[in-house]
Design a protein around this ligand. Structure first.
Ligand code: TEU
Ligand code: CA
Length: 543
């Protein structure tokens, strides 16, 4: 980070997520890699981000694209070597960009040395690194299900036991009850910290303290005890950023996770807003319209409740989510306007914003034939629902809207073949709209989505109200506008977004006429109450 790095630098930071497989291929084998990322550091510098979160690049059989790690202290050859990683860290540092690695501590790959040993016999020293239950073949310990379909228990005939896996069969859960496991993980983390890594994203961290006999996955009784120990033994040695993925986080647990005393993590990813458009109690594939009033209520509750007693992460997209412009914007007629509106809406809030690769270009969802999908979750669901008798049409409709591959198509750099991502055969098809939607088109265009993101980052650095201002929701029941203020003792910011594709009148009591228009996604429209489709404005006043 910057030379005069001060504590909690991450409160002022904007973080960019890279999905390495799909970012930039440097050797034309069709797979993005570390050298490809190095080639694009200047692009990221130009955007203005402070740190890059890399989805996992550790050695892995790639059953779940690297979230199945077989060696935590080596780089997968598809991405490069350990030396390339060190090179990336130092090249990024030269540009004041920190590297954040993605730690998968809940489970390893079944091809990890620990697991290969563990399944040899019950008295192998590594056996207790994983979660085992006695049983008989065909008589499962209980009916728990894995996130990617099927039972959470897998039979190992050689030792007549089942092992527990919350994700795929190739992702056996690590046993955090075993202090040796914890020590191994801490020393591995310290090793990476000594290499100059500036932070970590912690995959499904709220699932590490599972208790399968009680069917507990998230938020197990020992969770915060484990996290405090982890933090003390590793992260607290340096001023790094940590963000835990916590699908089961509530406001109260988030206050613990992101306690300003630094005893746990910097912040968590919570998912309350991002699951609003699915049918209650059903799967992510069972889609429902977005309840807009509820979205405002949820986001503003997180803003208000964590004020001064925690810290929010701000995100619309990541490698598990469909593209936000296709999801809650309009990826056709108003793609540019709606992508900018969503950027303004998010970046005006309090917290650390995350930009997922391609979001800054307004990249969209895709619609492929089933053979062109690669994601294990998507492919398992396709089979499962086919067997259950769902129609092909309804399954594909869910995939178009929700598949994780929507986010994983190659980054669209320019309009040459394969979007400039590779000169080989890409591991997953490129979105055909790259001819129109690509970085080269946007970086020098003052009206592009890219420039809007760049401006948001600059504004956050210029005005302290973006970092410290207290959040207040305006017009909570209005069905067109998402509007709010941020306020400190000497500054006030208004963020007013027309969330839909029709003209609307904004009836605010406050008079904004004399305020400075910091940003607007339409030209020359500042003095009116009339908002065009997806129009977004930021007004600012010094008190
Ligand atoms: O995701 C956690 C998780 O809960 C996912 O199952 C999520 O609900 C799903 O992807 C939504 O479609 C993390 C990683 O982000 C994901 O990529 C991994 O597959 C998963 O953990 C297992 O490591
Ligand atoms: Ca490559």
């Amino acid at each position: 980070m910057s030379e005069d790095k001060k504590t909690n630098w991450w409160k002022n930071a904007v973080i960019y997520q890279i999905y390495p497989k799909s970012f930039k291929d440097s050797n034309d084998d069709g797979i993005g890699d570390l050298n490809g990322i190095i080639q694009k550091l200047d692009y990221l510098k130009d955007l203005g981000i402070d740190a890059v979160w890399l989805s996992p690049v550790f050695k892995s059989p790639q059953d779940d694209n690297g979230y199945d790690i077989s060696d935590y202290q080596d780089i997968d050859p598809i991405f490069g070597t350990l030396e390339d990683m060190e090179h990336l860290i130092s090249e990024a540092k030269k540009r004041n960009i920190g590297i954040i690695m993605d730690l998968v501590l809940n489970h390893s790959s079944d091809e990890h040395y620990w697991f290969k040993e563990a399944k040899k016999s019950k008295d192998n020293p590594y056996h207790d690194y994983y979660v085992w239950r006695d049983g008989k073949e065909g008589e499962l310990p209980n009916d728990m299900k894995a996130c990617f379909g099927g039972s959470a228990w897998e039979w190992v005939p050689e030792i007549k036991q089942y092992y527990f896996h919350q994700f795929s069969v190739k992702q056996p859960d690590l046993n955090w009850e075993n202090p040796k496991v914890r020590e191994e993980l801490y020393s591995m983390i310290n090793w990476w910290m000594d290499k100059g890594v500036e932070g970590f994203r912690l995959d499904v961290i709220d699932q590490i303290a599972k208790e399968p006999d009680k069917k507990i996955t998230n938020n197990g009784p020992r969770l915060h005890e484990f996290i405090r120990e982890l933090s003390k033994e590793t992260f607290q040695r340096k001023d790094i950023v940590t963000v835990g993925e916590a699908g089961g986080a509530t406001i109260n647990t988030a206050k613990m996770f992101s306690n300003p005393d630094g005893s746990e993590l910097s912040m968590v990813f919570q998912f309350e807003h991002i699951v609003l458009d699915q049918q209650e109690g059903k799967e992510k594939w069972d889609i429902a319209p977005l309840p807009f009033i509820k979205l405002k209520e949820v986001l503003s509750r997180w803003q208000k409740e964590l004020y001064k007693c925690g810290w929010n992460s701000l995100f619309w997209d990541n490698h598990d989510q469909p593209r936000i412009v296709s999801r809650w914007g309009d990826d056709k007629e108003y793609r540019v306007e709606s992508a900018k509106m969503l950027a303004v809406l998010l970046h005006g809030m309090q917290g650390t914003p995350y930009i997922y690769q391609g979001e800054e270009l307004g990249m969209t969802n895709v619609q492929y034939h089933i053979e062109d999908y690669r994601d294990i979750e998507t492919l398992n669901m396709y089979k499962e629902r086919k067997d259950k008798g769902y129609s092909e049409e309804s399954i594909m409709e869910s995939i178009y809207k929700r598949s994780r591959d929507n986010a994983r198509t190659p980054m669209q750099w320019n309009n040459s073949a394969n979007a400039g991502f590779t000169e080989g055969l890409p591991w997953i098809k490129v979105n055909p709209n790259y001819v129109k939607i690509n970085a080269a088109e946007q970086i020098n265009d003052p009206d592009s989505i890219f420039t809007c993101y760049k401006t948001m980052i600059q504004l956050r650095k210029k005005y302290n109200v973006f970092i410290d201002g207290r959040f207040e929701l305006l017009l909570p029941d209005d069905t067109s506008f998402f509007a709010y203020t941020r306020e400190t003792s000497n500054e006030k910011l208004y963020v007013i977004c027309n969330f839909y594709g029709k003209d609307a009148v904004c009836n605010l009591d406050d008079n904004l006429e004399d305020m400075e228009l910091l940003y607007g996604n339409y030209k020359g429209n500042k003095k009116t109450d009339m908002y065009k489709p997806y129009e977004a404005r930021m007004y600012y006043v010094k008190k």
